[in-house]
Design a protein around this ligand. Sequence first.
Ligand SMILES: C[S@@+](CC[C@H](N)C(=O)[O-])C[C@H]1O[C@@H](n2cnc3c(N)ncnc32)[C@H](O)[C@@H]1O
Length: 233
Amino acid sequence: MDISSRLDQVVKMVPKCSAVADIGTDHGYVLIALLKRNRITRGIASDNKKKPLEKAMMNAREEGVASHLDFRLGSGLETLKPDEVNGAVIAGMGGILIQDLITSAPEVVRSLDFLLLQPAQNPEILRKFLYENHFEILDEEMIKEDRRYYEYLMVKYVPEKTASLRKLADYSVGDILYRKGHPLMEDFLNDSIRELEKIQDKMDLSSENARNKQVEMNKKINELRRLRDGNAG
Ligand SMILES: C[S@@+](CC[C@H](N)C(=O)[O-])C[C@H]1O[C@@H](n2cnc3c(N)ncnc32)[C@H](O)[C@@H]1O
């Protein structure tokens, strides 16, 4: 079974443990790969729609690992009981939805050793939420596939946690990624700058609102440039 680089990175980041839940499992590839690579012994494949779950079930049967999986229908982490699994993966959903799913199941979240998150959009919104809600960011990763950057956040809820990581460029740059000098960081910063400049070029500055927005964007572009040039401040 071949999986995309995006999913392969998810699989690589899950620590060897006994049980993992994959929330929004769709095809089930993450758990199937984890089982086939002997990284877990049991998995819970969860999705809020029947069709994806059936697809996951079929794929797991084809790969000979279905007996190690539970298939659960329902929203987010609400299909789990506290302490049922060591950790959970939520990949390929928007950062805002991931935030909602985390917020909706506090007891389960408290019981997890790790949550591995791969937001498909708005990683900055998710990062802000995690910083402000007592999550420790244990690790961050990034890959580029088909000219898109994908970010990964390995986190754990730690009630006594107070923010220790820096907020960089409105949370759009991961402090851990930056500190570890991630090989994609320079390209990521340059592409982020170019994207903001493109938006600015198209902006109609006739309203005060738009002019204020442009000031904010200039600040962000300057911060991204400082980061690129190695002056994180
Ligand atoms: C874009 S797919 C991502 C699949 C896989 N996790 C991946 O990264 O390739 C999103 C999946 O999440 C499911 N989903 C959407 N909202 C959900 C929710 N509230 N709870 C559980 N699953 C959800 C969808 O049915 C779909 O199967």
